[in-house]
Design a protein around this ligand. Structure first.
Ligand code: AMP
Length: 178
C-alpha cells in the first residue's frame, strides 16, 4: 500500500494506552470504520495486497474480523466464514483454545463451514502475538481447508506474530512496534 494511504489509515486509528489492562497500547479502529474513505482504503488495500491468489472464502475472527472479513469477501465476490467465540455457533464445531496478548480465549467454527480443499483467507483487524490467527488457521486445517494467507489492517511488529504464522503470506496495511 502506498505511504499516503497508510498515513490516512494511521491518522484514523485511535490509540488508547493501558486498555483493557496496564501495558497494552490498544489500537481502536472505530474512528477508521466511521470514515467511509478510510474504511474503503482498508478493504481496497487488503484486496490489492492479496491479488493474484486463489481464494475461495474469507474467514473472519469475531468480532472485529467480521467487519473487515465480510467487507473483503463482499468486495471479492466470495463467501464469508465466521470464526466465533465459544458457544455461539449452533451446529457441530471444531474448537481451539489459545493464549492472547491479554488472557486466554476459545474460538470455534462449523465443521462444514466450507468444502474440503477450499483455499481460505483469514482476516482480522490486528495481528499482535499471532495466537488468534494461528488458532484460526488450525481450525481451518482441521476442517480440511488450505490457508490462502492472512490479512490484517494493523500489525504490531514488536510482538513477532509473523513467526507463529510462518510459511504463509501475510498482508498488513499499517504497522506499529507495540
Ligand atoms: P493476538 O492473538 O495476540 O495476535 O491478538 C489479536 C487479537 O486481539 C485481535 O483480534 C485484536 O483485535 C486483539 N488485540 C490484541 N492486541 C490488541 C491491541 N493492542 N489493540 C487492539 N486489539 C488488539
Amino acid at each position: 500500500m502506498d505511504s499516503g494511504a497508510a498515513a490516512i489509515i494511521k491518522e484514523s486509528i485511535r490509540i488508547i494506552e493501558d486498555y483493557p489492562k496496564k501495558g497494552i497500547s490498544f489500537k481502536d479502529i472505530t474512528p477508521l470504520l466511521k470514515d467511509g474513505n478510510g474504511f474503503r482504503a482498508c478493504i481496497d488495500g487488503l484486496e490489492k495486497g492479496i491479488a493474484g491468489k486463489r481464494i475461495d472464502y474469507v474467514a473472519g475472527i469475531e468480532a472485529r474480523g467480521f467487519i473487515i472479513g465480510s467487507a473483503l469477501a463482499y468486495a471479492m465476490g466470495i463467501g464469508f466464514v465466521p470464526i466465533r467465540k465459544k458457544g455461539k455457533l449452533p451446529y457441530r464445531t471444531v474448537r481451539r483454545e489459545y493464549p492472547l496478548e491479554y488472557g486466554n480465549d476459545t474460538i470455534e467454527m462449523h465443521v462444514d463451514a466450507f468444502e474440503k480443499g477450499s483455499s481460505v483467507l483469514i482476516a482480522d483487524d490486528l495481528l499482535a502475538t499471532g495466537g488468534t490467527a494461528r488458532a484460526a488457521s488450525e481450525l481451518i486445517a482441521e476442517a480440511g481447508g488450505k490457508i490462502a494467507g492472512f490479512a490484517f489492517i494493523v500489525e504490531l511488529t514488536g510482538l513477532n506474530g509473523r513467526e507463529k504464522l510462518a510459511g504463509h503470506e501475510i498482508v498488513s496495511l499499517v504497522q506499529y512496534q507495540y
